[in-house]
Design a protein around this ligand. Structure first.
Ligand code: AMP
Length: 429
């Protein structure tokens, strides 16, 4: 048989990377705990219909879709939000609002593999459901800022926009939702001219086109100034004007938190997922041109899934990309290395005692590996050294008669005989 490799777009995480991934996951988990987001675990496989309902063309076409053996059309989840919305529309529907829910795990999209873009990737996902207030949006920005900081990332920028601006204009121009979605998809891919052609074809007014052209130019700068210009550009469109006001409120609340994150208001910013209805944002660092996370408000999804009308706002953080950014910025992990010991029996008959001693140490929280290769002492010590052990615990017949073992400090290259009931303190010291 030919030697197997991972499937294209899939990766193995070896020890270093796996540790880093779990470290970032731990940071996200801690943020969830500090903000009161309860973890839920949802299935990787969901019905195709649920996942496709509002995903948007881009994600929909990239789903891993198949029929299970019972003939059901299913797919591997490309995101968490539909699963969380499904739960809120069904099992959790009578629970008191708001819901603060947290998920972490792997997702699947048939994206073209490149640095930071994989077919299996990891996210931490936070959803705040039940509130349509700007403070809920600000909370999602705030916890994202906290996560980026706790991962040690610097110079983080939030690109922020509001779906209600572009959609508000298109709606007053009488554009159908399907056309609106296509325009948003094109805008998301920065294919502005194609987007404008669609708007023209839908017989929108010249004023609409002119406004769109102004909006895609409007980004960056001082927040209030940009918002004032934005307000001026859309003043003839009521819904769009309300959207700008809402964005202003959210950003004022967020500034009050003194999170000190760079904010780049981007009036022409659109995101591929179709369910967004309000503020949208993405997270960037200067070293990478791909987003480390993204989210926004989606007030209609839960209703669409048959639940009570439930406004909601959420964010997904791309853990693989946060890891890449940490590597680029050389953000170090605060990993506390614990003491590690290797227990080595000096002869066949002492293997059982070696195992017993290994457990005395583990119960005290010391990481222990037992020599299982049948190596002679010199080779076993060499191996313990290579594995970065701090101590070797040598189990020998002579010492055992005195209820003792030899504890060798592999860093100082010193050894002493220690009574078995004293080995924990000898190693911890
Ligand atoms: P989205 O649900 O598309 O907004 O994605 C949220 C975040 O997930 C993005 O900002 C990325 O950080 C991450 N992400 C999305 N797709 C991929 C992928 N194919 N590979 C790695 N990370 C991804």
């Amino acid at each position: 048989m030919s030697s197997f490799q991972t499937v294209r777009g899939m990766r193995d995480f070896l020890a270093e990377e796996a540790k880093m991934m779990r470290y970032i996951e731990g940071k996200a988990r801690r943020i969830a705990e500090l903000y009161g987001y309860k973890e839920i675990i949802t299935p990787v496989v969901e019905s195709y219909e649920l996942l496709a309902a509002k995903a948007g063309e881009e994600v929909r076409l990239r789903m891993y879709t198949f029929k299970d053996l019972g003939g059901r059309m299913v797919a591997l989840r490309p995101e968490f939000t539909p699963s969380v919305a499904r739960l809120v529309a069904t099992t959790l529907k009578n629970e008191p609002k708001p819901f603060r829910l947290f998920c972490v795990g792997s997702l699947y999209r048939y994206d073209e593999p490149q640095r930071g873009r994989y077919r299996e990737f990891w996210q931490s996902n936070f959803e705040l459901m039940g509130s349509n207030k700007p403070e809920a949006d600000a909370e999602i920005l705030m916890l994202t800022s906290d996560l980026m900081k706790s991962a040690g990332l610097k110079n983080v920028t939030f690109k922020v926009g509001h779906v209600g601006v572009l959609r508000g204009i298109m709606k007053s121009e009488g554009l159908k939702e399907k056309t609106q979605n296509s325009v948003m998809q094109l805008m998301d891919k920065k294919q502005y001219e194609e987007a404008f052609k669609l708007i023209e074809k839908a017989e929108a007014s010249q004023k609409c086109l002119d406004t769109f052209r102004k909006l895609v130019e409007l980004k960056g700068g001082e927040i209030l100034e940009t918002l004032t210009k934005l307000k001026e550009h859309v003043k003839h469109y009521d819904e769009a004007s309300i959207a700008v006001e809402n964005l202003k409120e959210i950003l004022e609340l967020f500034s009050a938190t003194e999170c000190k994150i760079n904010i780049n208001v981007d009036a022409g910013f659109a995101r591929g997922l179709e369910y967004y209805t309000g503020m949208i944002f993405e997270v960037y660092v200067p070293e990478l041109d791909i987003a480390l996370g993204g989210g926004g408000r989606y007030d209609k999804l839960i209703e669409l899934f048959g639940g009570e009308p439930t406004p909601a706002v959420g964010v997904a953080h791309g853990l693989d990309r946060i890891m890449l950014a940490m590597q680029k910025q050389k953000a170090c992990l605060e990993l506390k290395e614990k003491k590690k010991a290797m227990v080595i029996p000096t002869k066949e008959g002492l293997k059982g005692t070696a195992l017993k001693i290994s457990n005395i140490l583990r119960k005290a929280g010391i990481t222990v590996e037992v020599e299982v290769m049948g190596r002679k002492m010199a080779k076993a010590l060499e191996d313990a050294d290579r594995r970065g052990m701090d101590y070797a615990v040598i189990v020998g017949e002579r010492e055992l008669k005195e209820n003792a073992v030899v504890v060798r400090d592999l860093r100082k290259r010193e050894q002493t005989t220690v009574k078995i009931d004293k080995i924990v303190s000898a190693i911890k010291a």
